[in-house]
Design a protein around this ligand. Sequence first.
Ligand code: ATP
Ligand code: MG
Length: 294
Amino acid sequence: MAEILAVASGKGGVGKSFFSANLSMSLKLAGNDILLVDADLGGANLHDFVGLKIPGLGLYEFLKDKIDIDKVITRSPADVDFIGGSSDVLGIAHITNFEKLKILNKLKSLNYKYILFDLGAGTSYNTIDFFNFAEKKIIIMNSEPTSIENSYGFLKVALYRKIELFLKKNPSMSDICKRLHSKSMQFPNINTIYKEVCAVDADVLQEIRQIVSEYKVGIVLNLIKTRKELNVFYGFESVTKKYLGINIEKLGFLPYDISVSDSIKLLKPYYLNNMKSDVSKCMDDIRSHIITKL
Ligand SMILES: Nc1ncnc2c1ncn2[C@@H]1O[C@H](COP(=O)(O)OP(=O)(O)OP(=O)(O)O)[C@@H](O)[C@H]1O
Ligand SMILES: [Mg+2]
């Protein structure tokens, strides 16, 4: 069974697609069979980063036109197998739970070591559910306050969704469950959930604590211009620990590199064409941290 990696961000434009594409090249070159998937269902552009002019067939054709999964996989100029997105078909942005599971189960059964999902920005259920399903969860952000706040918001929604889906199985938790779904502001931090769950059933509280302690998320900082910006890691780590009870894993950072934009415009996969750059070296460090720490 392939292992699923998901790359998400609270805010758009912080480098998810750039990071996902280059991580896939780094993993491939290190000897791992990998399938890169554009799961930004509605704003797909990952193909640009792996040297393809057009996205080709994608998850839309697999789901709605019932095209065989092998036929929607393309070998990209980045030497990575690739499934493109369908930005012109807005309907794909709204897929049912059944369809999500169909995609995930099919992909997991393929003969790859890793399946890497580049997710859309924000907190739509599609994005959150794909993120929570992944064995290795990665959030990418930059050091701007908006990006940090949105990353925290994303993590909170994702964790609460995980808890909600677990509590759904237990009828005595239906009130908490409903409020987690539609009035999550009534639970400003994880302790407020613990308190209410405990008041109903102390055994369930232990199970929720277990889910939270096993919820592992890796953080990558992108577009770094000064070392000072790396302090964001420590602030983010203490806030997520204090309010959500989560231990984040600091995976590393990518510096800002002016040549990134040209490589995209010229459709030249960055990592393969800039192996000696600081960004590519940092990418390799992050890749090994993902394998060993997440
Ligand atoms: N380390 C970097 N150095 C310089 N430019 C970068 C770097 N990372 C990303 N960029 C630039 O930032 C822009 C946004 O990157 P990207 O498209 O990967 O973000 P995204 O998070 O996938 O956006 P969206 O939310 O729209 O999908 C790109 O045009 C890319 O050129
Ligand atoms: Mg993107």
